[in-house]
Design a protein around this ligand. Structure first.
Ligand code: GTP
Ligand code: MG
Length: 797
């Protein structure tokens, strides 16, 4: 079949009028239970001055019956005869397997027919292209035309640039392309994949970037679309890139194929997110009529966990520390197992790197654990992984633009839970990012959760805060408050309205003073906004991403944050506050807020809240916290560097335990020299009393009582524990170390080995030395670095 035989259907003005009537009737929340949003765009450069209307339902409404249309992405206009016309028509909204009744396998088998065309679920943003009556080429995203007078670098205008580029390559004009689309009465549907513009899951370097054509839809109310081979021909003719295609005749083969790819997580050598399947679905019981119909198949657990294991195994083989966040506990166990197997069988690593034995190794481990893959993926939920025991060290990081409600949500949370809040707007002068992190770190000492209130609209800002916090505190967990900008126009409208209303009640954005300037600043943030992408760096560094809708209002958003945090970290929020408490907290945050100059919370809470906080404080159990131990904390970065260089280039047996600790993430996140622990208080009551008094008198939020320089001398280890022998450079003999040999525990093999066993190791080492058959290894640090430590009292939890 060639393109001249492509399906064609002309528009019917009466049918269109009925469609628009149906849509218009849904613009106010009607009895129907859904609401459509209409936005009008003037088309720049249109000789006739054409404008188009975009019609948009909320995503979840597409599951409801009796919508006037299921087209996701629909623009209509009026032509010269004043008839309604469809300008752009997207696909009918399609669902994942199992998501709705039609997409359950048994129904798919029952109601659909082949050929089944599978395309990779490309991961960019969708672009629609069509031709208007006056030969204007309309290029738009799902719901926006990307007005060129706007400073926003919208998806639509990025798409526009690519269209121009590809037309230039084939020597055609925009008018010619517009005429061709109009002649066919179609919308070309393409995926914009361009890392320079926006990074998605798959990498699209310059050689791969561009518009990938994946559909050609007829501009009529019902869904009618070209078969894939015609789409590909059309792509060739008009200079688009093509999407990979697989075609099957029967549904069993499709199902088998999908499940097989899911099993390996890769297709033709690259990771895929899933597939879109195009086929026909019967629209009547007799199965005589079929409509075009799509569904999708997205990979889920346990396959995502398997994929993670594969990547981690490859990291092990390459001698790099494996990176993972999800399924932490079971993945650590898997890696211990994999490490042993790889060590016993050198051939295995080589084969693994060539993608052999991946499934076998994984199955071996599961058999050894006597578990099914699905159980393993559920392991964390069932047996309490690190997140169910998390009760502190959580940092909330917004991804937002101005006026999304970051501060309101943050202040409300401080009202509810007494958490810490650091406002970037309260930090002035140089080096703000680093100082923001410092402020967060110090508030983390006294609050289980700290809100780091900054926009982080760009990826590099997220990268900075994630990196800097984890560098100082490896076990901190960062949670994104993702104020999604899916509907940029709505976000713009809502935030402008709020910020203009807020007037001068802000540290830097003073809208009452200069409205235009403020709108300019807001636009600037919106144009730089890079959406959160959980699958790639830096956003994969978040432990949890909570999706919020800025247009929804802060009350809703606070509730979402609270319930999501409660789900993920039940110990952090054991009981979700009542609706009244949530109401009051948000109301208080909106009404009573005035920006402070210091970032201490009580300054910005209402009078009432302050009183309540005072009242609480007086019977706060925190007051009665006891000293657990006195210690000198040492900057982690320097210690890590020293260890790394001590083991660099030495023979493998000496390196082994260090590598093991590193790869199983058992090197301490924070390092300290214990001066004295409560457990030994009876053995030197006088010293313990001195330290207890010092800690009680400390004025500092983090329990700091003084400073002491520490010289790192050597590292001593067996196959259980690793300790760094240090010397306190303390000329005034102010600090006494109760332990015989002052040391830092660098890491232990697993949780069953307690840090205090360093004392036993060092006692043995003193007796028998190292090397030979002592079972003890030792490396002396070159240059014996001296580090500045902070003496602190650490209180009981
Ligand atoms: P910047 O600090 O300027 O980046 O903004 P932000 O994200 O911190 O937003 P903020 O919390 O200051 O909210 C902006 C304005 O909207 C404030 O005046 C809030 O009081 C107000 N506001 C926040 N949430 C809501 C809401 O749910 N409804 C209404 N009506 N106003 C809100
Ligand atoms: Mg703010």
């Amino acid at each position: 079949m060639d393109l001249s035989k492509a399906p064609y259907c002309e528009q019917d003005p009466r049918q269109n009028a009925q469609l628009v009537r149906g849509l218009s009737a849904s613009t106010s929340k009607a009895k129907a239970g859904f609401k459509v949003k209409k936005t009008t765009f003037k088309i720049p450069g249109s000789p006739d001055g054409i404008s188009v209307d975009s019609w948009r339902f909320q995503d979840w409404d597409y599951k409801k019956p009796d919508l006037p249309t299921y087209a996701r992405g629909l623009f209509t206009t009026r032509n010269r005869r004043n008839d309604h016309e469809i300008a752009v028509r997207g696909y009918d909204k399609f669902f994942n397997v199992g998501e709705v009744s039609d997409t359950r396998w048994e129904n798919i088998k029952l109601k659909t027919r082949g050929p089944y065309e599978l395309t990779l679920k490309e991961n960019g943003c969708i672009i629609f292209i069509s031709g208007l009556e006056d030969e204007t080429l309309l290029v738009c995203s799902k719901h926006s035309t990307g007005d060129r007078s706007d400073v926003e670098v919208s998806h639509a205008s990025a798409g526009e640039r690519w269209v121009n580029k590809q037309l230039a390559t084939i020597g055609k004009t925009r008018e010619e392309f517009a005429r061709e689309l109009r002649r066919r009465n179609v919308t070309a549907v393409a995926e914009l994949c361009d890392d320079d513009f926006e990074e998605h899951i798959l990498a699209y370097g310059p050689d791969k970037a561009g518009l990938y054509l994946h559909g050609v839809n007829i501009n009529i109310p019902e869904f009618m679309t070209y078969q894939s081979h015609l789409v590909q021909q059309f792509a060739d003719e008009w200079g688009f890139r093509k999407v990979g295609l697989k075609s099957f005749d029967d549904i069993e083969t499709v199902k088998n194929f999908l499940e097989q790819v899911a099993e390996s997580g890769a297709h033709e050598g690259r990771d895929v997110e899933g597939f879109v399947v195009r086929c026909g679905i019967s629209s009547n019981a007799e199965q005589t009529q079929y409509n075009d119909w799509f569904f999708k198949y997205k990979f889920e657990e346990p396959y995502l966990m398997y994929r993670q294991w594969r990547e981690c195994t490859k990291a092990l083989i390459a001698g790099k520390p494996p990176k993972f966040k999800k399924h932490a506990k079971i993945t650590e166990e898997y890696l211990l197992y994999a490490r042993k197997r790889l060590a016993n069988d050198p051939k295995l690593s080589r084969l693994y790197n060539q993608n052999h034995g991946i499934i076998a190794l994984r199955d071996e481990f599961l058999a050894y654990k006597n578990m099914k893959g699905s159980d393993a993926a559920n392991f964390e939920n069932a047996f309490g992984n690190d997140t169910s025991s998390v009760s502190s060290d959580v940092v909330l990081v917004p991804i937002a633009t101005i006026g999304c409600g970051k501060t309101t949500v943050g202040v409300a949370l401080t009202h509810l839970f007494g958490w810490g809040l650091v406002q970037n707007d309260n930090i002035q002068g140089k080096g703000r990012p680093a100082r923001m992190v410092q402020a967060v770190m110090s508030l983390l000492m006294e609050h289980p959760v700290v809100i780091s209130d900054r926009n982080n609209s760009e990826r590099r800002e997220r990268e900075q805060i994630i990196k800097d916090i984890l560098m100082q505190h490896k076990n901190a967990r960062l949670v994104a408050l993702n104020f999604a900008h899916g509907d940029v126009d709505e976000v713009r409208r809502v935030t402008r309205e709020r910020v203009l209303k807020r007037g001068d009640n802000h540290q830097t954005i003073q809208a009452a003073t200069d409205e235009n300037k403020v709108i300019g600043i807001m636009e600037n943030f919106i144009s730089r906004f890079q959406p959160c992408n959980p699958d790639t760096s830096p956003d994969d560094g978040f432990d949890l991403i909570i999706d919020l809708d800025p247009a929804q209002g802060s009350r809703e958003n606070v509730e979402k944050v609270v319930t999501e945090l409660h789900k993920k970290y039940p110990l952090l929020i054991p009981n979700v506050p009542s609706a009244e408490d949530l109401d009051a907290a948000v109301k208080g945050a909106i009404e009573d807020y005035t920006p402070g100059i210091k970032h201490t919370i009580p300054d910005r809470t209402s009078k009432r809240e302050q009183k309540r906080a005072e009242a609480q404080k007086s019977h706060d159990p925190k007051k009665k916290k006891q000293l657990e131990y006195m210690a000198i904390s040492i900057p982690a970065k320097e210690v890590n560097v020293t260890l790394e260089s001590a083991f660099k280039g030495v023979d493998p047996p000496t390196q082994r335990f260090y590598k093991q600790l590193q790869q199983s993430r058992r090197i301490q996140a924070l390092f300290h020299v214990t001066l004295m622990h409560r457990a030994t208080s009876r053995q030197d009551p006088e010293l313990w009393q001195r330290y207890t008094t010092l800690a009680a008198e400390s004025q500092s939020v983090d329990g700091k009582v003084g400073e002491c320089e520490v010289m790192l001398e050597r590292v001593v280890f067996d196959d259980r524990i690793m300790a760094i022998v240090v010397r306190l450079l303390d000329p005034d003999e102010k600090w006494t170390c109760f332990n015989k040999i002052a040391h830092i525990t660098a890491g232990t093999r697993d949780d069953s080995v307690k840090p205090k066993e360093s004392n036993d190791l060092l006692a043995r080492w003193l007796n028998v030395g190292s090397g030979g058959d002592t079972g003890i290894g030792e490396r002396i640090f070159e240059g014996k670095p001296t580090l500045k430590g902070t003496v602190r009292g650490v209180l009981s939890q």
